[in-house]
Design a protein around this ligand. Structure first.
Ligand code: SF4
Length: 318
């Protein structure tokens, strides 16, 4: 394996993503924010729209801890999986200005599981521990020829594969290898430093075995925008999904829409369902909502579907 590691670091030196901003920082807070954002989002999306504005708004653990949940959600708007933002905020409050170093303490914080704790410990504090993300899982399955592997086996293999002599470089390099060589839909084995030892080299895409994809269910709804005296009715969600985000009234089947003006239709694809909604404007007052001007709505954190409904409203007003 020593020879393969040598080739690996040579490959990394030449091809690694050395300029990722969280790799150029030694601030645990910045590294932590990047790890949480990257949990379910691609590097390019995080870099293009979210990482820098978020850090500009909350440059330190203290500023994040002192912000309101609405402010945090507004900066997370569009990134999805909003539980991440709420947990990040809760953790900042619990940390009392210092992010803990040990995996044990890190996993005690909301939203930090073993994989994220290892990544934070490894990258923010240079603790010699293996990391585990989708790229690493795929490489391990292919390298060890595993069609299926549970978490326990994967962690065992992660420790076997890990180079404890160069832990920091190893972890950065393994992610880059997964992102550009041992990819989900293609494996460039001829460029891979581990090709001579890899069990999957003859048929890499067979590992790990693909799960049969279920078709995405469709939910049909009606979004009704209520207007009364120049203000619009919104409610802050207290449901698990999109918790904390503001939204217009939603109905499975609205009896109220007979007295409304249809603004259009929207489609929003979420990870577990596809929302197809008709959007209506209704001139009426309703209870149990808060009322905002358009200017005020723009300062609230809304779901993508509500943003699309708002855009239809904007168009209808022009
Ligand atoms: S040899 Fe191919 S399948 Fe094996 S780790 Fe490298 S890129 Fe992946």
């Amino acid at each position: 394996m020593k020879k393969a590691y040598k080739l690996f670091y040579k490959w990394y030196e030449k091809n690694g993503r050395h300029d990722l901003p969280w790799r150029l920082s030694s601030d645990p807070y910045r590294i932590w924010v990047s790890e949480i954002m990257l949990q379910q989002t691609q590097v390019k999306t995080v870099l293009a729209r979210f990482y820098f504005p978020f850090l500009k708004a909350f440059p330190s653990l203290e500023t994040l801890a002192n912000a309101s949940e609405d402010e945090v959600l507004k900066m997370w708007e569009g990134l999805g999986y909003y539980t991440r933002a709420r947990n990040l905020h809760k953790s900042a409050k619990l940390c009392a200005s210092v992010l803990p170093q040990s995996v044990h303490e890190l996993t005690a914080l909301p939203g930090i599981g073993r994989s994220t704790a290892h990544a934070i410990a490894a990258f923010a504090y240079k603790t010699p521990l293996p990391i585990m993300d989708a790229n690493v899982k795929r490489i391990l399955c292919r390298f060890y020829g595993l069609k299926k592997a549970g978490e326990k086996l994967l962690w065992e293999k992660a420790y076997d594969f890990f180079d404890a002599e160069h832990p920091y470089d190893f972890n950065q390099a393994i992610m880059d290898l997964g992102a550009s060589v041992c990819m989900a839909k293609a494996a460039l084995c001829h460029e891979c430093p581990f090709a001579s030892l890899c069990m999957a080299v003859d048929d890499p895409l067979a590992y790990p075995q693909k799960k049969v994809k279920k078709s995405t269910p469709v939910r049909r709804k009606q979004i009704v925008i209520h207007r009364h005296q120049g203000r619009f009715a919104l409610k802050q969600r207290d449901t698990r999904f999109l918790n904390g985000l503001w939204g217009f009234s939603e109905y499975e089947q609205s009896d109220a829409i007979t007295t409304t003006q249809k603004l259009g239709e929207i489609v929003q694809v979420y990870s577990h369902f596809r929302l197809e909604a008709e959007v209506y404007l209704r001139q009426a007052h309703i209870e149990e909502h808060e009322w905002f001007t358009l200017e005020e709505i723009n300062k609230l954190a809304l779901s993508r579907a509500d943003h699309k409904a708002l855009a239809l409203l904007d168009m209808s007003e022009k």
